[in-house]
Design a protein around this ligand. Structure first.
Ligand code: CTP
Ligand code: CA
Length: 226
């Protein structure tokens, strides 16, 4: 290839990437959310597009410039993310679930803004959101499925042990596991991770720019296509 040319190893591949974090409404102006900035998903979308993929980026509450070459669909809560992903996944080769999907949502969202004069509200009742990655695995028609997990080590296991267990439980092809805590991952420009595959393989990506981790993820994807 030309000197300096980027490999086109994802040429023509249809890749769906979710990014950001869902917001589950409590009332018209308030939500339950999380701290995901969308940076890692945007980095994957950027690198995949640069390597020739046709990228659909499903962005949940992300305030970052749109990666060149990606089509962006904006969503708010987990149910709208689910709808957009399942639709886009139908004719995709790869789905990368980098978004932080809220596990639970308020059972009801108030139609009008909750006023403090009414006094402290009752505890907010929550119900489970669907597990979108699990649905993709259950309904898959040949797509390569990539999950993400932010884990902390605890008494029941290390970051890697939790990651292995999650990969097995989810049934996806690849799981990108990062260690969180100590100011790592959320909103930062740099990240470190281990890319686990279902066959027991493991690629260590040391702490560095999210674009470098994105490239390693794209390498792992490209190696498993065709
Ligand atoms: N995910 C999803 N739908 C959900 C929750 C998570 O598709 N309702 C996806 C995430 O996008 C991520 C992967 O599943 O790619 C793992 O998410 P994570 O929150 O780590 O796993 P959970 O199964 O929700 O388990 P827990 O939060 O209890 O660790
Ligand atoms: Ca979760």
């Amino acid at each position: 290839s030309r000197p300096g040319a980027l490999s086109q190893d994802l040429a023509g591949r249809r890749i769906v990437v979710t990014a950001g974090g869902t917001r589950e409404p409590l009332d018209p102006v308030r939500f339950l959310g999380n701290a995901s900035s969308g940076r890692q998903g945007y980095a994957v979308a950027t690198v995949a597009a640069a390597r020739g993929a046709r990228v659909t980026l499903i962005a949940a509450n992300v305030e970052l410039p749109v990666p060149s070459g990606a089509d962006v669909i904006r969503v708010g809560d987990a149910l709208s993310l689910r709808e957009a992903v399942l639709k886009a996944a139908a004719d995709a080769d790869v789905v990368v679930m980098a978004a932080a999907v809220a596990d639970f949502r308020p059972v009801t969202a108030a139609e009008h803004k909750i006023k403090k004069a009414a006094g402290a509200p009752q505890p907010v009742a929550l119900e489970a959101n669907p597990d979108i990655l699990a649905e993709l695995v259950a309904g898959r028609s040949g797509q390569l499925l990539v999950g993400f997990a932010a884990e902390t080590g605890d008494a029941s296991g290390s970051v890697l042990e939790h990651g292995r267990a999650k990969l097995a439980a989810k049934g996806c092809d690849l799981l990108v596991v990062n260690a969180v805590g100590e100011g790592r991952a959320f909103g930062q420009a740099e990240n470190a991770a281990v890319i686990l595959d279902a066959a027991g393989g493991e690629v260590d990506v040391p702490f560095g720019p999210k674009a470098v981790l994105a490239a390693a993820i794209c390498d792992a994807i490209a190696a498993r296509l065709d």
